[in-house]
Design a protein around this ligand. Structure first.
Ligand code: SF4
Length: 153
């Protein structure tokens, strides 16, 4: 099992936003922080905006920022958005399925249960949980010269 790059990138972008509160982030600087192409980052930001996770302001002075409080951003919810349109196994999409076993396969039910457990764990995690007091992450993602108050020595 492996997350798609866009899901992982969505999480990185949201953490970058949460670690830079009160600041509009540029796609290029976040791409640099997240070690990803500007193009790929822009696509994910666009999707995050469409789903209401970030708000954007156009123009030279523009950028994007979190549109919700970090406590209100469920990581499970983010993962569902970005992984939800990709069938985990071929038979999960009845329209395109070609697996000949689907009428008698027991494996599918176990995979469904495993996925439910996977998402259940991530539903319990918020963006706040990932960034609050995480001084190591702040050192990597914060664009301000100073560290958050709770990370100062
Ligand atoms: S083997 Fe079972 S779980 Fe896998 S694609 Fe076929 S029907 Fe689905």
């Amino acid at each position: 099992m492996r997350l798609t790059t866009r899901t992982n990138l969505a999480a990185r972008i949201l953490m970058a936003c949460a670690d830079n509160p009160g600041r509009l982030l540029k796609t290029a600087e976040v791409a640099n922080l997240c070690n990803c192409s500007i193009n790929h980052t822009a696509h994910v930001v666009q999707r995050l905006q469409a789903e209401g996770y970030v708000s954007t302001i156009r123009g030279r002075a523009g950028g994007f920022a979190l549109a919700r409080h970090p406590e209100e951003v469920s990581i499970g919810g983010v993962f569902r958005v970005f992984e939800g349109d990709i069938p985990f196994a071929e038979c999960f999409d009845e329209k395109t399925n070609t697996c000949p076993l689907h009428t008698a396969c027991r494996l599918r039910r176990y995979i469904e249960r495993a996925l439910d457990a996977f998402y259940h764990e991530l539903d319990l995690v918020t963006l706040h949980d990932l960034v609050q007091g995480n001084c190591g992450l702040s050192a990597l993602l914060s664009l301000k010269p100073e560290m958050p108050d709770d990370c100062r020595p």
